[in-house]
Design a protein around this ligand. Structure first.
Ligand SMILES: Cc1ncc(COP(=O)(O)O)c(C=O)c1O
Length: 387
């Protein structure tokens, strides 16, 4: 990765070579496990990313009609589209019809109301809540008490025991219970748990989708993943799908920012940047410190790096560098390819970063630029009449 990228800031830059390498690595892991690889575009749905991803995956796990439409427009009608969401509307099933390879209902009630609206060519699945929490932060735990996500596995077991015919038409199951994980112990424990609770139901299914939440390229030991896939493939003869998002795109994205002011804080200097947590909302949500190029633990020159909005908590954290920052210095956020541009917003009227692709030869392509007109249009403010 180059030290500084000659772009106007704030800018989001996708590095094609990193993207290629991570796509190839995850593809190889999926092939080795004999499972099908879908991409969750919620992580990053930029056109160049979708185009590249589509050459390496078996389809897309979309969350909404907008994502379905976007993927189809960016990747063409041959793209295999899968829909999973707590909210599926009859009109979406009608509009997409046969173009939906699968639809995964979040609840038995949604399935009962809408199952018959799905096209005959669309496979129907149910999201299962395994009721085995492996995420510590309750806000991100799909298995928390009173979770809205998926049919509790014990309810499914009871239903399958009492009246298996009531699940006729469902040929697959789905679960997604983790986030940014590099250790597959929790996945394997979940697989064994499901295997114990609903063995007879699994025997009647054709496929299972293990969701996303695992950073395959950053994992040191994939044995737990291979064993999980083997349980479902070998014991139950299921086709296994995974639908990662972050694992494919996280490392390929950087955000380039410029220091615009340096303030004296109580005990540290504060460098104010032209980016903000608006552009990386998970920094605020999760309260984590993103990686920054040139940061050295114990470096001579320490700063709080702060965003440019009025929110007091719009700060990225404490960083130190070997060289002092000054007004005009460039700051590069690393590993921000996932859940940044797809979650970014314009709070305080701060525009979104321009989007660039760093091609394989190192040259830059400007992909998209935000504008005041788009901001005004969303506020319902008409363009000025030209005199
Ligand atoms: C149902 C489902 N599948 C897949 C993903 C992708 O997860 P990740 O980007 O962590 O791999 C998510 C993320 O929230 C999800 O909710």
């Amino acid at each position: 990765m180059t030290l500084t990228t000659p772009v106007a800031t704030p800018a989001f830059v996708i590095d094609q070579r990193t993207l290629d390498a991570d796509l190839a690595a995850v593809r190889e892991i999926a092939d080795q496990a004999s499972c099908r690889l879908l991409y969750s575009p919620k992580a990053c749905a930029l056109s160049d990313v979708l185009g590249c991803v589509s050459r390496n995956v078996d389809g897309f796990a979309c969350s909404s009609p907008y994502e379905l439409e976007l993927v189809e427009r960016a990747c063409g009608e041959a793209a295999s589209l899968h829909l999973i969401s707590p909210l599926i509307k009859a009109e979406t099933l009608e509009v997409f019809g046969d173009r939906l390879a699968s639809v995964i209902f979040n609840s038995l009630s949604q399935w009962r109301r809408l199952g018959e609206k799905a096209s005959r060519g669309t496979r129907q699945g149910l999201r299962v809540n395994p009721q085995l929490s492996i995420v510590r932060d309750r806000r991100y735990d799909p298995c928390r008490r009173n979770s809205k996500l998926g049919v509790p596995v014990h309810d499914l077991a009871a239903l399958a025991r009492s009246d298996p015919g009531r699940l006729a038409g469902i040929d697959g199951l789905h679960f997604h219970t983790n986030c940014d994980e590099t250790d597959f112990t929790g996945l394997l424990a979940t697989a064994r748990h499901i295997e114990d609770v609903i063995p007879h139901l699994l025997e009647r299914m054709d496929w299972i989708n293990l969701g996303g939440g695992y950073l395959f390229t950053e994992a040191h030991d994939l044995a737990g993943f291979f064993e999980t896939v083997a349980i479902f493939r070998q014991r139950f003869g299921l086709d296994v799908f995974i639908e990662p998002g972050a694992a494919l795109v996280r490392r390929s994205g950087t955000i380039e920012a410029t220091v615009h002011d340096i303030l004296a804080g109580d005990d540290l200097q504060i460098a104010v940047l032209d980016t903000t947590v608006n552009h990386m909302p998970e920094v605020f949500e999760f309260q984590f410190e993103p990686d920054i190029l040139g940061h050295v633990a114990g470096g001579l020159h320490g700063y709080i790096l702060a965003g440019c909005t009025c929110l007091a908590g719009d700060v990225f954290g404490e960083y130190a560098f070997d060289m002092p920052l000054e007004v005009g210095s460039r700051v590069t956020f690393l590993n921000v390819g996932a859940y940044t541009m797809s979650k970014a917003h314009r709070f305080n009227g701060v525009g979104l970063p321009s989007i660039y692709l760093r091609r394989r030869d190192g040259s830059l392509k400007l992909v998209a630029e935000d504008s005041f007109e788009e901001f005004a249009q969303l506020s319902g403010v008409a363009a000025r009449a030209v005199a």
